[in-house]
Ligand binder design. Sequence first.
Ligand code: ADP
Ligand code: MG
Length: 264
Amino acid sequence: MDKAALELRQLSHVYVNDKGAALALENIDLSVARGEFVALVGPSGCGKTTLLSLLAGLFAPTVGQVLLNAKEVTGPTPKVGYMLQQDYLFPWRTIRDNAAIGLEINGTKSRSAMKLVDEWLGELGLAGSGMKYPHELSGGMRQRVALARTLVTEPEVLLLDEPFSALDLHIKLQLEELVQLTLRKLGKTAVLVTHDLAEAAAMSDRVIVLGRNPGHIKRTFFMPVELREAGPMEARKHQSFQQAFDDLWTELDSEGETRSVPHA
Ligand code: ADP
Ligand code: MG
């Protein structure tokens, strides 16, 4: 890992609406190395989605800076891809045309780009589904389409806002595996927001626990090397996994809001 792909410098964000002003994030300093996989966990309302939106350049922070490859982010860029919990596929478009939406937005749709769409659909196990419509696919397949759509535009950084949380457990585990191995193979930088501490520990190089009122970085946990090197399934079987999970649990529990049950 060389220099920072993403950086937040002394960033604070205030939402202003007709009810007044609310400080959502305060004084966030964060640097994510190229190729690093970082997870953000924290109680609901602590500013995780706000943080990802700022990283995506969807709006500017009230105070501070967002840097991508040492350049200030001033708006959305094709270099940053965003994948959400909801897949937001258009029901009237085929899978193939859904996966090509990012290319259309960027103005880079071409015959060769469509070949890349087909290659990604194949790579993600959707080779026979290109001409189908979203309603014909399962939830896990739809999230794979959303991943293909994000990857075909070849972003350097992927922002993932709870992309697995609506899925059944075994599909979720399979998708964690697929996403992590794919991003690692491509050397992508990733920031994952999740409620699932086991998922955070199994997938990431580093887990950042946020606290709220206002949102701030509470503590950072570097995952042990044997967990980082293993894929998510394999990591769960390691002896140090339980300890990593317990450390996260304890930190989050001190925030007074954990909603899942500790891992057995
Ligand atoms: P999380 O994703 O961690 O649940 P969010 O980033 O969605 O948290 O929200 C952080 C805080 O900012 C919350 O208090 C939320 O109510 C507030 N907030 C989020 N979006 C807006 C908005 N568009 N306008 C006003 N307040 C907002
Ligand atoms: Mg959120």
